[in-house]
Design a protein around this ligand. Structure first.
Ligand code: AMP
Length: 286
């Protein structure tokens, strides 16, 4: 079914029909899962998918299962017409935008729980979040059966959880991570940036500055992890953030690192007023 000029599938059947016709022609299929409110970060995923596949499916679904009851599911920005136009300009072939009832029909009773990489960080601060993410991503991968699926490094723990999910459940898909797209002042693009007041928006880039400065300090002194993290948290607090965590983790296993070794990732979550922002950077031993 077409809306404007871009093809839109609202049911799993319609998605599978489109994908089957491409498969017959041996075209490779890339999937880009999103919750909409499309920005240049999402479009970087589309661009990567277009680079690796003949056909690109973008999904647009605000997944209720990954929001806690206290979180912003109802208020989450929804803008279907604008999103479809953005996907169309970026070269998406099909937008899959199911209803909640299509994804979770009455009687739906399955939850995909990933241990290890889901624990700590956002897993500790957002109970149930990664089970909601893993459940919807498992469904999307099995509904579409793409060759590759594209996820942003912006949500680094999510990317790691999705890699684990595909590996553990033998879902035959390549999971591709895409570098974070930022504003000129360093703030990572996010649909939730729309919640920031002008004053909060001026505060927000401190998050990335602290990540970069802390990463540089850690590279310089790999043993002084606790001190570098304490300084970073103090700077964020002084700048107006309420910090949920600032942590150094192994880049692949996400285990905590008391000293900097191998490939590491520095991850942060902090709130300005009621808006919660997350970000992360790689850290290399100097
Ligand atoms: P969301 O719509 O927020 O669930 O995000 C959909 C996908 O876009 C996820 O894989 C995100 O990691 C990715 N994404 C969101 N923001 C960015 C960004 N600034 N740069 C790169 N990818 C992003």
């Amino acid at each position: 079914m077409a809306t404007g000029d871009i093809a839109v599938a609202r049911s799993v059947d319609a998605l599978r029909q489109a994908v089957a016709s491409w498969r017959k022609r041996r075209e490779r299929i890339g999937l880009v899962p999103t919750m909409g409110a499309i920005h240049a970060g999402h479009l970087a995923l589309v661009h990567a998918a277009r680079g690796g596949c003949e056909r690109v499916v973008a999904s647009l679904f605000v997944n209720p299962k990954q929001f806690a009851p206290t979180e912003d599911f109802a208020a989450y920005p929804r803008s279907e017409a604008t999103d479809l136009a953005a996907f169309q300009s970026a070269g998406v072939d099909l937008v899959f935008t199911p209803t909640v009832a299509e994804m979770y029909p009455p009687g739906f009773a399955t939850s995909v729980e990933i241990g290890g990489v889901s624990e700590g960080l956002d897993g500790a601060h957002r109970p149930g979040h990664f089970a909601g993410v893993a459940t919807v991503v498992a469904k999307l991968l099995l509904q579409c059966l793409p060759d590759a699926a594209y996820f942003g490094e912006k949500d680094y723990q999510q990317l790691t959880v999705v890699r684990r999910l595909a590996r553990d459940l033998d879902i035959p898909v390549r999971i591709e991570g895409v570098a974070t797209v930022r504003e000129a002042d360093g703030l990572a693009l996010s649909s939730r940036n729309a919640y920031l007041s002008p004053e909060e928006r001026r505060t927000a880039p401190l998050l990335y500055r602290v990540l970069c400065d802390s990463a540089a300090a850690l590279s310089h002194d790999p043993e002084a992890v606790a001190a570098a993290l304490e300084r970073g948290i103090a700077r964020l607090s002084a700048g107006g953030f309420a910090v949920d965590y600032l942590e150094l983790r192994d880049a692949a296993a996400l285990t905590p690192l008391p000293r900097l070794v191998g490939e590491a990732r520095l991850l942060v979550a902090a709130r300005i007023s009621r808006t919660r922002l997350i970000d992360n950077v790689p850290v290399a031993a100097g």
